[in-house]
Design a binder for this molecule. Structure first.
Ligand code: HEC
Length: 144
């Protein structure tokens, strides 16, 4: 039960305010990195819905969602490296003054997504918590 509550909290935290976030963003690089984040969030929401039974579990759909989230997670360093800016960004400048740590956190998130186990609903549930922690670990320091 505790795990289900964690996953629900995670999906609310990740997807809340999504539609608002990109409004008014003109810089294409900033938009692209936001879309990378949104892709991860949407696919993780789908996975957490399956893990909690809000949605029927399908190993095939779960594997597809994982693959999409993984491709996005792998793209994080390339999306942020150019230091694109926009008044509407939530990215903190400290990203580019301690890039190595940012890149390390991106890699940790990639690894957590890679370890999502989509074979069964139970395994999916077990493996999602680490992903949420990896997302939060970066947001805490690098997102306003
Ligand atoms: C290495 C750091 C890092 C990791 C890991 C990370 N994020 Fe982000 N995320 C950011 C930063 C920085 C922003 C702000 C981007 C901006 O506004 O330019 C952001 C923004 C977002 C947004 C808002 C996007 C928008 O449209 O404004 C969502 C949703 C999001 N992240 C979800 C996730 C999810 C889900 C994960 C885990 C799978 C994750 N993030 C992992 C750094 C990270």
């Amino acid at each position: 039960m505790k795990q289900i509550a964690t996953i629900l909290a995670l999906s609310v935290a990740l997807v809340g305010g999504l539609a608002l976030a990109k409004e008014g963003v003109k810089d294409p690089g900033v938009r692209a990195r936001m879309e990378t984040m949104d892709t991860m969030a949407m696919n993780l929401k789908l996975l957490s819905n399956m893990a909690t039974g809000r949605m029927d579990f399908s190993a095939g759909d779960a594997a597809t969602a994982k693959a999409a989230a993984l491709a996005a997670a792998k793209a994080i360093p390339d999306r942020f490296k150019p230091h694109d800016m926009d008044p509407a960004t939530d990215a903190l400048p400290v990203i580019w003054t301690q890039w190595d740590d940012f890149a390390k956190k991106a890699d940790a998130a990639r690894m957590a997504v890679e370890l999502i186990d989509t074979d069964t609903q139970d395994q999916l549930k077990q493996s999602l918590g680490a992903v949420g922690r990896a997302c939060s670990a970066c947001h805490t320091t690098y997102r306003s």
